[in-house]
Design a protein around this ligand. Structure first.
Ligand code: ZN
Length: 256
């Protein structure tokens, strides 16, 4: 349970915070987070989750780096287009902190594979780029009773929400978006564009909320904010928060 001296030193600025302390840092070291999507949200989220000492990171993406990714996907470099994102992300983590455990899943998550991909996680952070995957991941999280942080970004807008649809009074992601998008890849950023720093804001905010959820068992940063959707506006700029209600008729978490 207690961290060795070199880890206490590495995480000194966390441990001095009463909200984290040695107990919280040890909890982060034991945590497993599944990161769906290693793009504009997943890259900065990975950097701050690894920086926070999250002990096991499961890296999920079926894509290769494209030169147009470099504007916002902060873990990739000019020499790397064409290479596997999960391979490069694993190399990044190993160079950054060799103590952390990494598992790679270099496939697209489907309704069939989602349960296996997220098994054993304390938290799933979904920053992928399509609704079909988001809904498959959300449904699998409800079934496996695993909390989900869902993050999305486009143009100058971002959204980050924490969902625990397996709990009786809490909504899941499907309660929020409904059933219309199961088969659609309708929200890729290629057509609309995106300011790179917006992806950074959404990704790092998702990493903050991930730490909040992971530390909830020891009090940590307080309420995990289930069902709260934070809307990030880069043009105003500002942030609003919506409360999502549980849909009793929800296919995934409803009781009706
Ligand atoms: Zn639901």
């Amino acid at each position: 349970m207690a961290l060795p001296p070199d880890r206490l030193e590495r995480f000194a600025r966390h441990i001095v915070l009463p909200e984290i302390g040695g107990a919280g840092q040890a909890l982060l070291a034991q945590a497993t987070v599944v990161l769906i999507g290693l793009g504009g949200i997943g890259s900065p989220a990975l950097q701050y989750l690894a920086g926070a000492g999250v002990g096991t990171l499961v890296l999920v993406d079926d894509d290769a780096v494209d030169v147009s990714n470099l504007q916002r996907q902060t873990i990739y470099r000019a020499s790397e287009p064409g290479r596997s994102k999960t391979e490069l992300a694993e190399l990044w983590v190993r160079a950054f902190d060799p103590v952390l455990n990494v598992r790679r899943v270099s496939q697209r998550v489907t309704r069939e594979s989602a349960g296996e991909v997220i098994a054993g996680a304390d938290l799933v952070l979904d920053g992928c780029d399509n609704f079909a995957t988001r809904l498959a991941v959300s449904d699998a999280c409800v079934a496996a009773r695993i909390p989900l942080l869902s993050a999305a970004v486009g143009r100058f807008q971002g959204q980050v929400g924490a969902f625990a649809g397996h709990l009786p009074d809490q909504p899941c992601y499907r309660c929020y978006v409904g059933d219309a998008f199961d088969a659609d890849d309708c929200d890729t950023c290629a057509e609309d564009g995106m300011l790179g720093a917006m992806a950074g804001w959404a990704g790092t905010f998702a990493a903050l909320q991930a730490v909040r959820v992971l530390l909830a068992p020891v009090g940590g940063l307080g309420d995990p904010q289930w069902g709260k959707l934070h809307l990030l506006d880069g043009l105003a700029p500002g942030m609003r928060t919506l409360a999502i209600a549980k849909d009793p008729g929800c296919k995934a978490c409803g009781t009706a």
